[in-house]
Design a protein around this ligand. Sequence first.
Ligand SMILES: Cc1cc2nc3c(=O)[nH]c(=O)nc-3n(C[C@H](O)[C@H](O)[C@H](O)COP(=O)(O)OP(=O)(O)OC[C@H]3O[C@@H](n4cnc5c(N)ncnc54)[C@H](O)[C@@H]3O)c2cc1C
Length: 311
Amino acid sequence: MTATASGAPAVAHFRFFTLEVLRTRRLGHSFLRVTFGGESLADFRSGGFDQSLSLFLPPSGAEHTVLPSTDEDTWFTAWRGMPDEERPVMRSYTVREQRRDGTGAVEVDIDFVLHGDSSPASRWAGRASAGRRILAIGPAVAENKSVRFQAPADAGAVWMYADETALPAAAGILERLPADTRVRAWFEVPHEDDRLALAAPADADITWIVRGGDDRERTGRVLDALRSAQAQAQAQAQAQAQTQGVESPYVWLAGEAGTVRAVRRHFVQERSVDRRSVRFTGYWRLGASEEQLLAEAYAGKAPSEDPGSEL
Ligand SMILES: Cc1cc2nc3c(=O)[nH]c(=O)nc-3n(C[C@H](O)[C@H](O)[C@H](O)COP(=O)(O)OP(=O)(O)OC[C@H]3O[C@@H](n4cnc5c(N)ncnc54)[C@H](O)[C@@H]3O)c2cc1C
């Protein structure tokens, strides 16, 4: 707890938690759900929607994550000062769900995309087993800045783009939207069976873009799907404008940084969406590890609990 300018005690929005793997479950070709528990989760407060957190994963060969300090003033310097081969790897993930089990204990689900054995987080998830412990900086209050989806209460329409890394976040958003929200969503996934069942408002119009394992031309394929929907959307918008007024959507975009940038440009330049209504976040970048992205984003400063860049 720290003091605010007014002297009132301020509640720390984020703190360290110990997450213990309870079980894992394969969801689709690319997704592995890891369910965590642990006593410290009693104070965990997910804000839902696209709530993210920072995981600290043990170095290769170690069973649990160990940090010299989890004190909010000293952990960063202590972590950075660790020898490379011992330093836990920090990665951003989404809180897919927080709930209580039959005994009242808190459980947290994180859905990992498995994209190979040579990247630390993907490798760790692929080998996760019950009893393994990792550390996380996560939310201690539900209203925190790692919930990026902030549609105005009266947003009648929400448009979304997510690749597989942002599908857990998109799923969390969809299931919390008011039932009468008009949703248009484009979700890009590697395989057919990554098209997960989603709870969404009844009229949600969801287009799946399946890459089929082919990583080339990913941005082009997404833009093709968006443009082919555009003509139809314009016709609908004209009809709708006569009955319900012009649709001015809140737009949420997340996924590979280059594709997210291109999709944002499409909405702002080709569909005349107000750029202030677009919330966009690069979740990862082709060819760059999260360390490289953090180094660019923070240029030597301590990362906050919110490493997702807004490009
Ligand atoms: C706010 C936020 C929330 C996120 N939520 C989730 C989530 O819920 N689930 C999830 O799976 N990811 C999520 N991500 C993305 C995840 O943090 C990155 O994919 C991260 O790079 C994975 O770490 P790594 O150690 O596996 O790979 P890194 O060591 O960071 O990267 C190594 C190489 O793999 C590439 N790479 C990274 N991710 C992928 C991928 N998915 N497919 C193919 N190549 C990749 C990189 O370009 C790099 O070349 C989120 C990111 C942010 C910022």
